[in-house]
Design a protein around this ligand. Structure first.
Ligand code: CUA
Length: 329
């Protein structure tokens, strides 16, 4: 129990990206608070049981040396039945019961006014779609999920290829994303901030680099963000950006979509507002010009095995492409 508790909670904090908090012990939603409470109950139960067992062991070893038998055989048997069978059965049943009850309560049906978001796992990135009341997609983004603070967010979880698992330790426990099936999760962020999410089911070579960012912001700020994301890309203004769009449509548009242009691919992330995102390649790199250039030039060096092929561009084409992508805020 101690090892399980430690591995699920504290070790999450030691994970790759230290710039964003990913600790189940610093909850930022009511669901994560319940998980934290269970973690501490399990932790202290483990500490008490471990200490008691070690104390009994020490007592047994030390007194056994002086006298061959401390207790009569009937008393020994009674002790084994009570301390070795009855107490562990009671304690384990209570802990299992507690975690089952917690699992039910955090997986309950979200309130009807919840914001509807559909997240699809792909090797190795996250597609994020915002839905209106009729279930129609309003805006599509990738690897960065914005949510309003203090409002429930219902998340439909799907997979486009293999099994992934949606996990934002500060907001909610893990939920698997299974091909051909829709799973559900929901949470209400209780504070603003940026929370790291991580795929929690081994899904191939770059499983460790399948991360994302959840940004909880005030409702008005979120509404502005969503409105911006829902709009198509604005037409490129400078000549360099116009050239960059042509380079994009010719080399990248088969896989990526930029709404408002002829790039209508749907194999990779929607890049309509890519410049507004803080990271690249599923929270692998900061979204800076140099990183983007490196990623476009040789994506296999950064994430070997990913589906993005190397694009052979002249230095000028790459420069124009970067100017164009940088204009997509
Ligand atoms: Cu997706 Cu691990």
């Amino acid at each position: 129990v101690l090892l399980c508790a430690l591995s699920s909670g504290a070790l999450a904090q030691l994970s790759t990206d230290t710039s964003l908090s990913q600790s189940a012990l610093h909850p930022a939603s009511s669901q994560a608070q319940d998980i934290e409470l269970l973690w501490w109950i399990m932790f202290w139960a483990s500490v008490i049981i471990f200490t008691a067992v070690m104390a009994l062991l020490a007592w047994g070893l030390l007194s056994g040396r002086r006298r061959p038998s401390v207790l009569s055989s009937t008393a020994s048997m009674r002790f084994v039945l009570v301390a070795g069978v009855a107490i562990p059965a009671l304690v384990l049943s209570a802990l299992v019961g507690g975690s089952l009850m917690l699992g039910r309560s955090i997986a309950s049906t979200p309130p009807p006014d919840a914001l509807q978001v559909r997240v699809t796992g792909w090797m190795w990135w996250w597609e994020i779609e915002y839905l209106d009341d009729n279930g129609e997609v309003v805006a599509t983004t990738a690897n960065e999920m914005h949510v309003p603070v203090d409002r429930p967010v219902a998340v439909e979880l799907e997979s486009g290829d293999v099994i992934h698992s949606f996990w934002v330790p500060r907001l909610q426990g893990k939920t698997d994303m299974v091909p051909g099936k829709t799973n559900n999760s929901w949470f209400t962020a209780t504070e603003t901030g940026e929370f790291r999410g991580q795929c929690a089911e081994f899904c191939g070579l770059q499983h460790a680099l399948m991360a994302f960012v959840v940004i909880a912001q005030p409702e008005a700020e979120f509404a502005n963000w969503l409105q911006r994301q829902a709009s198509p890309a604005s037409a490129p203004e400078t000549e360099a950006a116009q050239n960059g769009l042509a380079v994009f449509e010719q080399n990248c548009g088969q896989c990526h979509r930029i709404r408002g242009t002829n790039a209508i691919g749907n194999l990779g992330p929607d890049l309509t507002h890519v410049a507004s995102r803080s990271t690249l390649a599923a929270a692998t790199l900061p979204n800076k010009r140099g990183h983007l250039a490196g990623w476009i030039s040789d994506p296999q060096r950064i994430k070997p095995g990913n589906n993005m092929p190397r694009t052979l561009l002249s230095p000028q084409e790459l420069d124009h492409l970067l100017v164009f992508l940088d204009s997509l805020d």
